[in-house]
Design a protein around this ligand. Structure first.
Ligand code: AMP
Length: 196
């Protein structure tokens, strides 16, 4: 895997009700800054999102926020970022975040976070990008989701090799190590002969 220069983080616009979610977001921001990795994220100053940015900025990291015009209300948008990119809609925003990032990390969150995770992993499954996707399983938050994915594999809806596109770790250090070691599949699995 080539060097990781920037990582896009998807996570909650709420803080959740376990202090560990916020703590881990701050740690992730700090580690990205220390490893000279630019943080790309949804530009909000609220929720877990805001904490990742705070962690990175506190340690002199570079932070790029990407936000659609309609979400850019003064109470929500972080005005202290290194760079703020405004898009016309959510689709353009996610395309931009994908284009300028070398990998993706998912922290705890709600519908928006899951939508972002599943879009980016579906694009990987289709071979549209070959970037590492890491799930930070803070305090077992995603255990039930992982069980659901295993159930999809057992029931023949998800191939094991596509399930394995999702790198999972309990700590930021382990996750970043896995992401740096990630070797993308050379051929998208759906193009293999058993499927055509
Ligand atoms: P959720 O997990 O439902 O809280 O949604 C979080 C995700 O949706 C983030 O990764 C953002 O990309 C996006 N999002 C939701 N609310 C906002 C907001 N107020 N400002 C910026 N992005 C948001």
């Amino acid at each position: 895997m080539s060097d990781i220069v920037s990582i896009c983080v998807f996570c909650g616009s709420s803080e959740g009700n376990d202090a560990k979610f916020v703590d881990e977001a701050l740690v992730l921001g700090e580690k990205l800054a220390q490893q000279n990795i630019t943080l790309v994220y949804g530009a909000a100053k609220i929720g877990v999102m805001g904490k990742v940015a705070e962690g990175a900025l506190m340690h002199k990291g570079k932070v790029i926020g990407v936000i659609p015009e309609f979400l850019k209300v003064k109470e929500v948008v972080h005005l202290g970022l290194t760079e703020l990119i405004t898009t016309t809609n959510m689709h353009e925003r996610k395309m931009k975040m994908q284009n300028i990032s070398d990998g993706f990390i998912i922290l705890p969150g709600g519908f928006g976070t899951l939508e972002e995770l599943f879009e980016i992993i579906t694009w990987a499954q289709l071979g549209l990008h070959q970037k590492p996707i890491g799930l930070l399983n803070v305090n077992g938050f995603y255990n039930h989701l992982l069980q659901l994915l295993e159930n999809m594999v057992r029931n023949g809806f998800l191939k094991t090799e596509n399930y394995e596109l999702l790198l999972v770790a309990d700590t930021t250090d382990d996750l970043l190590k896995k992401m740096r070691k990630f070797e993308p599949m050379s051929v998208p699995k759906w193009l293999e002969s058993d499927n055509v």
